[in-house]
Design a protein around this ligand. Structure first.
Ligand code: C2E
Ligand code: CA
Ligand code: CA
Ligand code: CA
Length: 278
């Protein structure tokens, strides 16, 4: 390298530089991933009070050719910054709807709901309603089996715009769940104004619920709020029977977590029976 280049390097935090080049590499990798079908959907069960299967949540997985499976927590933020979340999210919707359509012909599966995570960046695109309806139409999946998981951060943006889109999708039968409820900027006012069907109690309130009176109080407050507003409420990250029992005591309707099954590939979803009580 030339001397000038080398000296200019000293103006940067070397650690920042490493981070920046890692991000640039990952950004390029994300493009490739989409083009080369490296994404995959995993599905995690959601059950009711009687532990009957009521649906699944679709969770994105990236099978990187050299780094193995990369968690969405690691690449979703970058995908959002680069806008790549839009085509990635479209792929997720198409794939999830195809799975739903497959289930439609099986009476045991036809009523299951498919929860799909929608990033704020994705929902704020002008044509999101069209994108969702297109995925439904192309697959033949029924809109009332599709549940979109949105976060509170969406409700902090242009609410009128968000509301119009939600109403349009609701008109077709699509439902909405507020993901990670209580971790963002909740406005109870929006809850009343928007067509929301479910609140999802975040894992962070569930993991210590047995030992934390504060977490118990938060879970209770969310459940009471949901019940008063005629919304359903599901707890995520339920790992133990004690957590499930406590949430049930508080009036929770539905559960999702390792206790009922880890996220898995479609072909493994209905395999075997629950090992949880053994
Ligand atoms: P999330 O929507 O809150 O999803 C729940 C996360 O908790 C998932 O992590 C799931 O695998 C994990 N989990 C489920 N049950 C348990 C449990 O009992 N114990 C523990 N410790 N963890 C549990 P995952 O799959 O790594 O996804 C992380 C986040 O990435 C998701 O959080 C969601 O925000 C985002 N994400 C995943 N798929 C998509 C997608 O298709 N689109 C968008 N925009 N975001 C996605
Ligand atoms: Ca979610
Ligand atoms: Ca969640
Ligand atoms: Ca969460």
């Amino acid at each position: 390298a030339k001397a000038a280049d080398r000296s200019s390097v000293h103006f940067f935090d070397p650690q920042m530089q490493v981070v920046a080049s890692l991000r640039a590499a990952m950004r390029q990798d994300l493009y490739e991933a989409l083009r080369n079908n490296q994404f995959q959907l995993y599905y995690q069960k959601q059950v009711d009070q009687h532990e009957q299967l009521i649906g699944v949540e679709a969770l994105l997985r990236w099978a990187h050719p050299t780094k193995g499976f990369i968690s969405p927590a690691q690449f979703i933020p970058l995908a959002e910054e680069t806008g790549l979340i839009v085509p990635i999210g479209e792929w997720v919707l198409r794939e999830a709807c195809e799975t739903l359509a497959q289930w439609a012909s099986d009476p045991a599966k036809a009523n299951l709901t498919m929860a799909v995570n929608i990033s704020v960046v994705q929902f704020n695109k002008k044509d999101i309603v069209h994108t969702v309806l297109k995925a439904l139409n192309a697959s033949g999946a029924k809109p009332h089996n599709l549940k979109l998981e949105i976060t509170e951060s969406l409700l902090a943006s242009d609410v009128e715009n968000v509301k119009a889109k939600m109403l349009e999708l609701q008109r077709h039968g699509v439902t909405f769940s507020i993901d990670d409820f209580g971790t963002g900027y909740s406005s109870l006012l929006y809850l009343k104004q928007l067509p929301i069907h479910q609140l999802k109690i975040d894992q962070s309130f569930v993991s210590d619920i047995i030992d934390s009176p504060n977490d118990q109080a938060i879970a209770q407050a969310v459940i009471t709020l949901a019940t008063a507003m005629h919304l359903s409420v599901i707890a995520e990250g339920v790992e133990t029977e004690a957590q499930r029992a406590m949430l049930q005591g508080l009036g929770c309707d539905a559960y999702q977590g390792y206790l009922f099954g880890k996220p898995c590939a479609l072909q493994d979803l209905f395999m075997g029976t629950q090992e949880r009580r053994s």
